[in-house]
Design a protein around this ligand. Sequence first.
Ligand SMILES: *Cc1c(COP(=O)(O)O)cnc(C)c1O
Length: 402
Amino acid sequence: MADAKNKTPFLDLVTMHQELEPELVAVFQSVLRTAGFVGGPLVEGFERDFARFCGSKHCVGLASGTDAVRFALMAAGVQPGDVVVTVPHTFIATTEAITQAGGRIDFVDIDDRTYCMDPAKLQSYLANKCYVDQASGKLYHREWKAPVTAVVPVHLYGQVADMDPIMALAERYRLIVVEDACQAHGAEYFSKKQNRWLKAGSIGHAAAFSFYPGKNLGACGEGGAATTDSEPIAQKMRMLRDHGQAKKYYHDMEGYNGRLDAIQAGILGIKLARLNQWNEQRRECALRYQELLAPISGSVTLPYEPSHSKAVYHLYVVRTPHRGELQDQLNQAGIGTGIHYPIPLHLQKAYAGMNYKQGDFPVCEQVASECLSLPMYPGLRADQQAGVAKAIEEFASVRSSG
Ligand SMILES: *Cc1c(COP(=O)(O)O)cnc(C)c1O
């Protein structure tokens, strides 16, 4: 058994905040002394800074990433009963938000190497499962006879989905694109079409971010934001987060209580100034894993970063058919791991009523049964990574010899 000092946790959220403690406490004090708990300059300041960080015109601070996906869909024009297409390999918040926006969830499978939406699968979905109504020019689901109006690609594990072909399909079929960038603050994608690097959150019609503590940019509590270049979409999201009012007690519609509070906004502002450096540390850690694990990459599949992608490694996910054994062995060596995610959404109990079955999304199902997330966070040390690699090597050599 490893002793405590040799342990490598899956995630360390304590150490990174120690250095920031005086600044974070000062935010709390200043908010306490002005009692500006909701809205105000800290929220507006953070929104400006985060919009700039994402290369987006507007940012709307929200209570969570789930609200961000929901409000982005609603504000961009998804109507109750519309079909919204996403992937089954994501956190359930993606699909909860679709349902909460009044949408009807449907799935296309992921790419076997990037684990993000496979544009070819989306293309065949739109061509075969949908039809264009000649009278209205609108896209409909063949079987459900419901309008298909939006796509939610998820930038999973910190890597941007292959957005050029997704945006091209969206344009051709007049679909709304809401990026789920909840794991991808600062990730970049090289658009061949625009011949430049684009930040996650600046590519679709709107995008959602989460500031849940464990995300690359995390609050000391709950938080989220949505970005967009569209003034009307931004305006609608500001109304949705605040009970449908643009002016106090003048409600143009029913909305929600979905605001980002001032303490969290102040904290996020301080942490945002460090985000590039933290993401760089994550990328260095990923490179080190890559080097350490290259010799055994035959027995453990390593993450794939296409040349059009600069991932920010929210998670570092490897694959092996012997996932359970590897996880046990790492656990015994004092190394924490996670599984993101063990059950594809289409096979979750929550969606039993949708009548999907095993085999419907084979790539996702395979990945869900094989994926294992290794320790990954800014501040993860080289010696800890070497320990992780050594434990995986031992596992691989035992398997190949026995
Ligand atoms: C975290 C996360 C969300 C939801 O964010 P919350 O802030 O927890 O509501 C949505 N989608 C993905 C992919 C996430 O990882």
